[in-house]
Design a protein around this ligand. Sequence first.
Ligand SMILES: [Zn+2]
Length: 197
Amino acid sequence: MAKALFIIDVQNDFIEGGALGVTGGEAVAEGISRMLAAHPDAYEFVIASRDWHDPDNDNGGHFAGDAEPDFVTTWPVHCVAGTWGAEYHDDLTTNAIDHHVRKGQGEPAYSIYEGVTEEGGTVRELLDANGITRIDVAGLATDYCVRASALDALEHGRRVRIITDLVAGVSPEASRAAIAELAHAGADLITSDHVDR
Ligand SMILES: [Zn+2]
């Protein structure tokens, strides 16, 4: 019975100044690091995802290419593998991360469950193998990858909590809707001072 933290896509391209920068992204990076420093025993496992797209194709239509991105299913080029935009933001304490997950290689992938661990397995296998039954979710963006990852964790039968002061979204309205949807689906909403519980 272990508890894990998902850190979703705290990457340069999703933070102010990046290709798809989210307002409040830098504060989320700083806030996650501050929370982990203040609560070093809150989690048995810290699992972080990165969007990690191919440089030489449109990743299954995920990149808009010559068309205008609609910012719903098509996006400007972002998080290309091996580039600055795909790296974790400098304010995120990466030495606390136990498992690194990459997703979106050649395809759209919003949920951490669609990714691959460094050992080449799935997140589902990683959670099952380590007896992780409780998952707190932080990161970017609330209305896309945080939402999709949390819904998959609920679907996977995990107890899920969203750390509401450690997420930020593309659209304020869609983010509020995503939080409401997650609460309705069974996620608990907490703030970062309650992670030890
Ligand atoms: Zn992407």
